[in-house]
Design a protein around this ligand. Structure first.
Ligand code: GRF
Length: 207
């Protein structure tokens, strides 16, 4: 199954996917396209180092949200992907884009949704909110993308304790290391296997 990964920044989650693939942990899928919304994203370098086609589609350079999504759609269509993964992608896609996407689209969020999610809760802000609320546990969630930001059906979650002395930065790092980098590859591998089985049963039905 061909996987497109949409990124905007460092790309450690992308790296976790690539490492898992290299270790044979995603037998039914491989990352075939990386699209970054920012030219300076280190994620692009990670993709290039792994020999994966990578391109930038910048909202401003594209001439606004509509054109940005159109270019994104073209890129995904041209590669013929089976699964779209948002891994630190800092744009909320419009309901039109989501409806148009004829393949599953998933996202990783650094908290236990439905808590600490939604518009405005991204990056370090999520961990600040967790600490301000005095939550005892946090973690990461992989979920389907729907019209509601961070509101789609949950696929997998991993829980971690909030520790005394945690700062937003410490929590962010621990959530990435101990939850996100394991959870996302696991979810992607699981979905690739499901998609492969679906495709096989479709092929069997017509043959
Ligand atoms: C991660 O915390 C992810 O959960 C969130 O954005 C961050 C991206 O980090 N959506 P990276 O670019 O994968 O290093």
């Amino acid at each position: 199954m061909r996987v497109a990964v949409l990124v905007s920044g460092n790309g450690t989650n992308l790296q976790a996917l690539l490492d898992a693939e290299r270790k044979g942990e995603n037998p039914d899928g491989r990352v075939t396209l990386v699209v970054s919304s920012s030219d300076g994203a280190y994620a692009l370098e990670r993709a290039r180092r792994s020999g994966i086609p990578a391109l930038t589609i910048d909202k401003k350079a594209a001439g606004g949200g509509r054109a940005f999504e159109e270019q994104l759609w073209q890129a995904v269509q041209e590669q013929g992907v089976d699964l779209i993964v948002l891994a630190g992608f800092l744009h909320i896609l419009t309901p039109e884009f989501i409806r148009r996407a004829n393949v599953p689209m998933i996202n990783i969020h650094p908290a236990l949704l439905p808590a600490f999610g939604g518009k405005g809760l991204y990056g370090i802000k999520v961990h600040q909110a967790v600490l301000e609320a005095g939550a005892a546990v946090t973690g990461a969630t992989v979920h389907y993308v729907n019209e509601i930001p961070d509101g789609g059906q949950i696929i997998l979650q991993k829980e971690l304790p909030v520790l005394p002395g945690d700062t937003p930065e410490l929590l962010q790092q621990r959530v990435m290391e101990q939850a996100e980098w394991a959870l996302l590859p696991q979810a992607v591998a699981q979905l690739c296997t499901e998609l492969r089985k679906k495709e096989e049963s479709r092929t069997d039905a017509v043959s």
